[in-house]
Design a protein around this ligand. Structure first.
Ligand code: DC
Length: 668
């Protein structure tokens, strides 16, 4: 997962390849609650692992459910409808799919068995309405106390003392703000059907009906057959009891699929985008996004558990659509609209205003930054593509879908532009799809020369490795420690008994170097060489190996291959001069020999290695001299390099200085 402050996406031109989707959030949290209430143990397969499911799991654990992980399977042993804990405070983040159903279930359990529970979340959760559900629970006789603003979390349910519930009259709930209120009641009320049928009636037009279908299907899997009359009246039959299905599979998230369907529609020109984990047989309402994407021109094939998408019509066809049936995935249409042949108008989306953020306002603001013309109303948005695209830094409002939607704007070269796009706070995708950007980068192709490179060159022990690694971490970029390639060549030569003067043999060795970088470790032909690689003596050998022009040439292509989306930070001696002469920013570090010798000395001592500062200084001066005076790619600053003398700077100060230069060169 990218947890950088921002993530810059270079302009992209194609998408193709396979992605496997994480589990559906809606299904995961419903299944978890049902398994948590049921008697017996349920093996949950392919559960989504994200912020929203984590808060649900924490809540279940706090309530006394037993959770056991076995590889990709989670075994949940439920409460069998009986409170194991009578008091708890539950923090539910910004997960509506946890807050609403848990409020209902705990209100009912606390009222009938005597209990008292507090439910709270992040500040935004406390702005998301829950009053209609609270009203319904109060009709029933459940004590519910507002701990903040009435009608919003935080809430306290139950007083600790059992009360009699009024189950004779139908329970009325409004259905026009969020379908999650009805879902919450449907999931919770089987708990009180011991003596009679329980009836729920919906006031007003129910929105987001497909989510109710998911709830009903999952209730059926747990042994509860709801009788219903359309979406107006639901009857939970007397004697309903949750029965664990034993094992249940969570299908991939259809809303998450929408971004990849869009990518196929935009940029699946050579190969399709193949999506695995969700298919045309999905029980999730958002699968109908596929029809909307087809209406815009996408070429979609699919079957059970898979979809394949290519570009069909181009530009996309503008669309006018009521999106009540696909409220979440409809956001993706708003971004596809940037690539359409006219104005796309999405209606019946008032629920966007009470989601993770006010999504109508957020979408309008961010699409305008890209150059689009956007009209918004209480329940609609109309998007006209930019005539002039602009590079933009997109704010994401702690809303995972704003971040994933924003990524689609990076395909602007397909509409004749060439703009990078910055996604602010990319970690917000953790709500439903923690590895979204990894999956995204796995299937996209950047425009020619669009992947940014930042080079850090400098002499031995100048701190360039530390600086480069920190910059890469801050930017979410790949890292090339080019010295490691020369060091590995030297080690391989030693192993193979090749003389450091035998240029042809060394070059042949370098050309077929089997190097792998993983989890901060380096492997040479499968062997972990991280420690020997870093030895002072290995650096000295590398310096000798690196004087040979044909060795340098042999390592050239390997170094270039590190330049991948979203970007690269490369450190070495000739990164800015020879390997990446077109780099966006070149930094040349110049610390004094004394300062460098002292740093290296402290480094060695702190690791318990014996060291002598005078010989260290002499060694590194000799190495500098060799690196500087060699005929090919000598160590020197590129003409357009920024010089950074870090002798008296902390690492953090150096990082801040370079990030400042980097920012100046961005177009945001
Ligand atoms: O950066 P380092 O100490 O790991 O580098 C080891 C040696 O490799 C260095 O003395 C010279 C050589 N080298 C090089 O010639 N070109 C590079 N881009 C990186 C390192």
């Amino acid at each position: 997962m990218y947890s950088t402050a921002f993530l810059d996406l270079p302009p992209l031109v194609r998408a193709g390849g396979t992605v496997r989707l994480p589990g559906s959030k809606s299904i995961s949290n419903r299944v978890l609650l049902l398994a948590g209430l049921a008697e017996g143990t349920t093996a949950v397969h392919d559960l989504l692992d994200s912020d929203d499911t984590r808060v649900m799991l924490d809540a279940l654990q706090a309530l006394g459910c037993t959770l056991r992980r076995d590889g990709a399977v989670l075994h949940v042993t439920g409460l069998g409808g009986q409170l194991a804990t009578r008091e708890a405070r539950l923090f539910l983040g910004n997960a509506g799919t946890a807050m609403r159903p848990l409020t209902a279930a705990l209100a009912v359990l606390a009222a009938t068995q005597g209990g008292c529970f507090e439910l709270s979340g992040v500040p935004r959760m406390h702005e998301r309405p829950i009053g209609d559900l609270v009203d319904a629970l109060r009709q029933l006789g459940c004590p519910v106390e507002d701990l903040g603003q009435p009608g919003y979390p935080p809430l306290r349910v139950g007083t600790g003392t059992p009360v009699a519930l009024n189950l004779d009259a139908p329970i009325r709930v409004r259905g026009d703000v969020s379908s999650q209120f009805l879902t919450a009641l449907l999931l919770a009320l089987p708990l009180v059907t011991t003596a009679q049928d329980v009836v729920i009636e919906v006031d007003g037009e129910l929105i987001s009906k497909p989510y109710i279908d998911i709830t009903l299907r999952l209730l059926a899997r747990f042994g509860i057959e709801v009788q219903r009359d359309g979406y107006q009246r639901f009857v939970l039959p007397r004697g309903s009891a949750y029965r664990s299905p034993g094992s249940i599979h969570v299908e991939g998230d259809a809303s998450s699929a929408s971004y990849f369907v869009a990518m196929g529609a935009l940029a699946g020109t050579d190969a399709p985008v193949r999506i695995e984990g969700v298919g045309l047989d999905s029980i999730q309402g958002d699968i109908r996004f596929v029809e909307a994407a087809q209406a815009m021109g996408a070429d979609v094939r699919g079957g059970p558990g898979w979809l394949e998408v290519r570009r069909g019509a181009w530009p996309l066809k503008a669309l006018t659509l009521d999106c009540n049936h696909i409220p979440d995935a409809a956001m993706t249409l708003a971004v596809m609209a940037l690539y359409a042949d006219g104005t796309t108008r999405l209606g019946d989306i008032a629920s966007w205003r009470v989601k993770e953020t006010d999504r109508i306002a957020a979408m309008a603001t961010e699409l305008r930054k890209l150059g689009a013309t956007v009209e918004e109303g209480p329940d609609f948005i109309a998007v006209t593509p930019p005539t002039q695209w602009q590079a933009a830094s997109l704010h994401t409002y702690d809303d995972h879908r704003m971040a994933m939607c924003g990524s689609l704007a990076a395909f602007n070269p397909l509409a004749g532009a060439n703009c990078p796009v910055r996604i602010e706070d990319p970690r917000c995708v953790g709500k439903t799809f923690p590895d979204y950007f990894e999956a995204f980068f796995g299937i996209v192709t950047p425009a020619v020369d669009a992947v940014p490179v930042l080079t850090v060159d400098g002499p031995t022990a100048s701190g360039k490795g530390t600086l480069a690694a920190e910059l890469a971490a801050r930017l979410g970029y790949h890292l090339l420690d080019s010295g490691a390639l020369y060091r590995a060549t030297a080690l391989a030569a030693q192993d193979a008994g090749i003389s450091l003067e035998d240029e042809p043999a060394l070059a042949a060795l370098a050309a077929r170097l089997e190097l792998r970088f993983a989890d901060q470790r380096v492997f040479l032909a499968g062997r972990d060489i991280t420690d020997p690689l870093r030895l002072e003596s290995t650096g000295g050998l590398a310096s000798r190996v690196s004087v040979h022009p044909s060795v340098r040439a042999a390592l050239h292509a390997l170094q270039l291959s590190f330049r991948r989306v979203p970007g690269l930070v490369a450190d070495g001696r000739d990164m800015g001069t020879v390997v990446f002469p077109g780099a966006e920013l070149k930094v040349y570090l110049t610390a004094s020999a004394d300062a460098r010798a002292e740093r290296r000395y402290k480094q060695l001592i702190s690791k318990g290695n014996p060291a002598n500062i005078d010989s260290l200084r002499a060694d590194l001066q000799m190495r500098d001299e060799r690196d500087r005076t060699r005929a090919v790619a000598p160590l020197k600053p590129a003409e357009d390099a920024k010089l950074l003398d870090n002798s008296s700077l902390t690492i953090e100060e150096s990082v801040a200085r370079v990030l400042g230069w980097w920012q100046q060169r961005r177009r945001f």
